[in-house]
Design a protein around this ligand. Structure first.
Ligand code: PLP
Length: 395
């Protein structure tokens, strides 16, 4: 900061994968097997995640984004429909609805947590709404009971983008088990990784079948489900699907990573507790931590802090730049989706004035580094950098 010596001489990223020798061996064994794709590793990975999340069905996809596309398709979302969702998420949550010709309608979020505000979501549901889509922001489960009740009352699908919350719990049940469909991502910064990859979880046999067919071009092979059968070679493409398959190398890595899910999330929770303790000791005049709400156990994909010094946007920018100067790889999660030029044009206006919660959260938020192989020394470096910045910029 200001040309002085940085707290760290190496860059601390905000997220990073942890790959073990066992993970490498699992991928190598698959490379030597008969199946590189469409083999037994896919089902094994799906079964491992379904068992951990206590759901009946899991469908692996090539990415979390593809999984969102599949889930929205399976929910019957199409041309002219609407989904109600949060703007404090990765753009893919709403992009996948646009792929199907639907329109995302943004509900506001709670300013203290960045989680979708159920009351705001309810107000935005219209006759065109096909799904209410929650986001387990930062790994903290959204208000499943409240959102599920709204979706039930309005007779629409309840879908959750659980890309952050594998390993998180809502009232002692795995977060990703509580919606009609839950979406996971296995990008390297998430709870576990397959390089690229995603999954949809559901308890519905009907949705499961649609999700499987959508993933592989809309092609049906089961003789019982064909409109005609011209012979043993015969299959039918019954709707327009995609090639959204995960390959067996990725699935083998995923199954191996699942052996460590409890360690990974346990480590993230320890790091989060350290951050909370250390911030409360010396930095509480300058930064708020996002609270962990009653009945929720976060998977801590992120550890967001919120600046307290007004004007927020100016303070956040200064602190962000200074942290980068100290080699602390913070990020901002997220630029509200409606602020992007693409969405301003699609929605025909700038929603900023209608979103006080999202605007406040965005203007205050900085995501501190958190990942399973981070050490207490790394946490201390982040705290030391925050103290230096608070002393120089905010005192
Ligand atoms: C990572 C992420 C996705 C997309 O996942 P990919 O696997 O990168 O396609 C979707 N939503 C949220 C909230 C995410 O964080």
């Amino acid at each position: 900061m200001n040309g002085g010596t940085p707290v760290r001489d190496t860059w601390l990223p905000y997220g990073h994968q942890v790959i073990s020798e066992a993970d490498i061996a699992a991928v190598v064994a698959t490379l030597k097997s008969d199946w590189l794709t469409q083999g037994p590793a896919i089902k094994a990975f799906e079964d491992a995640v379904a068992a951990y999340c206590k759901v009946k069905y899991a469908v692996a996809y090539s990415s979390g984004t593809a999984a969102l596309h599949g889930a929205y398709f399976a929910a019957g979302i199409g041309e002219g429909d609407e989904i109600v969702t949060s703007p404090i998420t990765f753009a893919a949550t709403s992009n996948a609805a646009v792929y199907l010709g639907a329109r995302p309608v943004f509900a506001d979020v709670e300013a203290a947590t960045g989680l979708i505000d159920p009351a705001s979501a309810r107000r935005r549901i219209t006759a065109k709404t096909k799904a209410l889509v929650g986001i387990d922001f930062a790994g903290q489960p959204c208000d499943y009971d409240e959102l599920a009740a709204i979706a039930r009352e309005k007779k629409i699908a309840f879908i959750v983008d659980a890309a952050h919350s594998l390993g998180g719990f809502y009232k002692d049940k795995p977060a990703a088990s509580r919606a009609d469909m839950s979406i996971l991502s296995f990008h390297p910064v998430k709870s576990i990784t397959t390089g690229e990859g995603g999954m949809v979880l559901t308890n519905s046999a009907d949705l499961y079948e649609k999700l499987c067919t959508f993933r592989t071009h809309g092609i049906v092979k089961d003789p019982a489900k064909l409109t005609v059968c011209e012979g043993p070679w015969y299959h039918e493409m019954q709707f327009l699907g995609f090639n959204y398959r995960m390959c067996d190398l990725q699935a083998a890595l995923g199954t191996s990573q699942m052996h460590s899910i409890e360690d990974f999330v346990g480590k993230r929770r320890e790091l989060a507790a350290m951050y909370r303790r250390k911030i409360a000791q010396t930095l509480s005049a300058y930064f708020d931590c996002v609270p962990e709400l009653e009945g929720r156990q976060s998977a801590y994909h992120l550890f967001p802090i919120l600046v307290k010094t007004k004007p927020y946007a100016e303070t956040r920018k200064k602190v962000f730049e200074a942290l980068h100067g100290e080699n602390i790889g913070v990020q901002v999660h997220y630029i509200p989706t409606y602020k992007f030029p693409y969405y301003k044009e699609l929605l025909d206006r700038d929603l900023s004035a209608e979103m006080p919660g999202a605007e406040e959260f965005y203007s205050r938020e900085i995501g501190l580094p958190i990942f399973a192989s981070m050490t207490e020394k790394d946490v201390d470096d982040v705290i030391a950098a925050l103290q230096k910045i608070a002393g120089a910029l905010l005192a």
